[in-house]
Design a protein around this ligand. Structure first.
Ligand code: HPA
Length: 283
């Protein structure tokens, strides 16, 4: 349980650049989202289900870094999903696109500035644990930062502390609830440890063997920076990986991004049902 730890800071101050973007969003839509979703490769479709939506191109928001990867749209959508006001970040920014590590977390800082205290992060990931075959939905219960980069390094900004506890980055009470929702809907899920590599090359076979021995169940190129930032700002975090492929060396075929996107599309329906159920229970 980390409810107490997750209480938003009483006096939340924003960095100047995020503050301008927050004002822009507020000028367009004054609703306060209860939960924000950052959607991974090929999973952005959920934003199309949002009703009463305000759609803002990220290029229209001052300071928002440009998303350049296929499958990532570059939009912020605010609207209703399952009776809740949500903010959907469609267009994740990755370190390998050449952005400074501190800039990658701009969307997290933006949604926090809009008043969100909960964050759902999804991603596509390669399965390292042999039980985590393509098509598996994995709740992330811990992570390994193998990129050795940290968006919280550098001059202090926002309202977060200098040193942020990372003993429970993913809210286990929320994960328990999400798992129960999945069970109710007949959606099989697993729990696992996500390992972040900076990419953009996929891993070598030796790296995957090493990561597996280190305790990783899945590998990917995102999520951890956003989670570090969200925890620094006191947000509750739920992490979900779609296992889109077996990690390097675990089957015969070379990896490619199209395969990842296609597998993501095949998992859409289950994930959407799951995420809708989770959002319905957010307050
Ligand atoms: N490795 C790294 N990132 C990924 C993978 C993978 O196998 N699959 C989807 N994203």
């Amino acid at each position: 349980m980390n409810d107490a730890k997750s209480e938003p800071a009483a006096s939340f101050e924003m960095d100047d650049d995020v503050g301008v973007a927050v004002s822009h969003v507020r000028d367009a839509d004054r609703r306060r989202p209860v939960v924000a979703l950052i959607l991974g490769s090929g999973l952005g479709h959920l934003a199309d289900s949002v009703t009463d939506a305000t759609v803002l191109k990220s290029s229209s928001l001052p300071g928002y870094p440009e998303a350049t990867v296929a499958g990532h749209h570059g939009r912020l959508v605010i609207g209703m999903l399952e009776g809740k006001v949500v903010a959907i970040v469609q267009g994740r920014i990755h370190h390998y696109e050449g952005h400074d590590i501190r800039r990658i977390t701009f969307p997290v800082r933006l949604v926090r500035g809009l008043g969100c205290s909960r964050l759902i992060v999804t991603n596509a990931a390669g399965g390292i644990n042999p039980l985590y075959v393509p098509g598996t939905i994995m709740f992330i219960v811990d992570h390994i930062n193998m990129a050795f980069q940290n968006p919280l390094a550098g001059a202090l900004r926002d309202s977060g502390p200098r040193f942020t506890d990372m003993a429970e980055p993913y809210d286990l009470a929320w994960t328990d609830q999400a798992e129960a929702i999945a069970l109710e809907r007949g959606i099989p899920t697993r729990r696992g440890v996500y390992l972040w590599t900076s990419g953009p090359s996929y891993e070598s076979k030796a790296e995957i063997r090493f990561f597996g021995r280190a305790g990783a169940d899945a590998v990917g190129m995102s999520t951890v920076p956003e989670v570090l930032q969200a925890r620094n700002l006191g947000m509750r975090v739920l992490g979900i990986s779609s296992i889109t492929n077996a990690a390097a060396g675990l089957n015969d075929s070379p990896l490619n991004h199209d395969e990842v996107l296609t597998a993501g599309i095949e998992m859409r329906e289950e994930l959407e049902t799951l995420i809708r159920g989770i959002v319905r229970h957010c307050d």
